[in-house]
Write a protein that binds this ligand. Structure first.
Ligand code: G6P
Ligand code: MG
Length: 483
């Protein structure tokens, strides 16, 4: 059994689509495979998903699949010669009427007509994740006239952000709506929504997901300045989602790199406090795109996210398009394990002095309090239908492993996202009630997780298949006859 608690999300792409590489990624510890709907065709995504599920099953691993919607990223159109080079002080225009494939040294088309309505004189525009910066000098009915503040190369389809955020494209495009149907067809476990502005965007995504017949849990990517403008906005977005992603690429461009680290820590803390999971993403091991070793700064970045108790750390281009996808997963895995040895990773002050909201939450948190204060406890078993009980448990810092016991494939995969949670396929409803405890403990004995004399905590409900039904906490002494 792997002892790492922090989970690894790895983006799949050209570097990681062969069965050989996928198999190695799974063995190296990929817990969640991310399919990026901004790139690739439906058939490519389907083929990757099928391989991941087959190879995970072959090795008795449980890997969740996350589909990441492209969202309304605002992009420039194309240049006649693919790319231009801008110098500080150059004049440049964005035009909603200029031909889409004929950008020049002076002007480029833009696919988002509202840009001219949304921008004001004095706004700063950031192109290509902030590599080129311009200021708006004049706004006409069809064009933004700008001067270049920081020059550099600019090529086809590069993204455009405004400093401070506020470009108001709706969060779900027609392509996203089609991809939500694709996600339902592929039975994806998670669906990430790009650039949501507020809770309403997530509620809309949830409706579309339901209509498509998917039960994927929804991840809000926190990547707009508005989303982190104040606690109310951030918490509203978190509450409307099942989990969040600190999407540092666009977020860093909009709020500036100086604010980013503090905001990352705040998002992690708020998500956990609100009983949601959190993924820390973007450029975590960026240099490993071309190098087999991470830099000290990257090691520190991953370790700090683990110390702050993120559920998962994520690889983007490192695993999708880099030269060392497997090494990148291995490096993340070892850095997380190292960070988890630090005592702050094992102590909790979650909800100290606050009240619980639900019966199952009370049981889940009582289980964790017991596990952290009764040294004989070596494992926690949560019988779960949807994965909710182990999710709540894993909001508490602990070094005791949590085992999600479920008969459902989707739940077994889903819990791969949660910090400190592993799954064991188990159908309690198929057993006589008086045999459930012993059968459950036997699974841990079989795997060498516990031995006679250890204590195990188990949570369950009165009936064996009710979401939210957890109302019982048992403390079992391994080796004694259990009922
Ligand atoms: C399993 C148990 C039930 C419990 C349920 C909780 O089905 O056998 O006794 O009520 O899980 O599921 P949840 O999705 O809320 O974690
Ligand atoms: Mg983004």
């Amino acid at each position: 059994m792997p002892s790492r608690r922090t989970k690894i999300v790895a983006t799949l792409g050209p570097s990681s689509s062969s069965p050989q590489v996928l198999e190695q990624l799974i063995l190296a510890g990929m817990n969640v495979a991310r399919l990026n709907f901004s790139h690739g065709t439906p058939d490519e995504h389907k083929a990757r998903a099928k391989l991941v599920r087959e190879l995970a099953a072959k090795h008795d691993r449980h890997v969740a699949l996350l589909g990441d919607l492209q969202g309304p990223k605002i992009r420039i159109a194309k240049f006649a010669n693919k790319r231009i080079e801008l110098q500080e002080g150059d004049a440049f225009r964005f035009s909603i009427s200029h031909p889409r494939d004929a950008g020049t040294q002076e002007v480029v088309g833009i696919d988002y007509p509202d840009l001219v309505k949304d921008c004001r004189v004095g706004d700063e525009l950031l192109l290509d994740d902030g590599r080129v910066i311009m200021v708006v000098d004049q706004v006409t009915a069809t064009e933004l006239l700008c001067s270049v503040l920081v020059g550099g190369p600019l090529s086809d389809h590069k993204g455009i952000n405004r400093r401070g955020g506020g470009l108001t494209a709706p969060a779900l495009t027609d392509k996203d709506k089609a991809d939500i149907k694709l996600a339902a067809e592929m039975e994806l476990d998670y669906l990430a929504v790009s650039f949501p502005r507020d809770a309403a965007d997530m509620e809309y995504a949830r409706r579309l997901r339901d209509e498509a017949g998917s039960d994927a849990w929804l991840v809000a990517k926190i990547e707009r300045a508005e989303a982190v403008a104040d606690d109310e906005a951030l918490d509203g977005l978190i509450r409307a989602s099942d989990g969040v992603m600190v999407a540092r690429g666009d977020l860093g461009v909009e709020i500036g790199d100086a604010e980013l680290v503090g905001i990352q820590k705040k998002i992690i803390a708020h998500a956990r406090r609100l009983n949601k999971f959190v993924i820390t993403a973007t450029q975590m091991m960026e240099s490993m795109i071309h190098s087999p070793m991470p830099t000290r700064a990257e090691v520190s970045d991953v370790a700090n996210a683990a110390l702050d108790y993120t559920d998962a750390v994520m690889l983007s281009a490192e695993s999708a398009a880099g030269d060392y996808p497997v090494e990148a997963v291995k490096a993340m895995a070892r850095v997380c394990v190292g960070a988890e040895k630090h005592p702050t990773s094992q102590k909790s002050s979650h909800r100290m002095g606050r009240s619980f909201e639900r019966c199952d939450e009370s049981i889940a948190l009582a289980a964790m309090y017991t596990a952290n204060h009764f040294p004989g406890v070596k494992a926690i078993i949560a019988l779960t239908e949807s994965g909710y009980t182990p999710l709540i448990m894993s909001r508490i810092r602990s070094s005791v492993p949590i085992f999600a016991y479920s008969p459902h494939r989707a739940t077994q995969a889903r819990v791969a996202m949660f910090r400190g949670v592993q799954t064991i396929p188990f159908d309690a409803a198929a057993l006589p009630a008086e045999q459930v405890s012993q059968a459950a403990v036997n699974e841990l004995l079989k795997r060498g997780v516990v031995e006679p004399g250890d204590w195990v905590i188990m949570s369950k409900g009165d009936s064996y298949d009710t979401i939210g039904g957890t109302n019982t906490l048992k403390i079992l002494h391994v080796g004694e006859p259990l009922a």
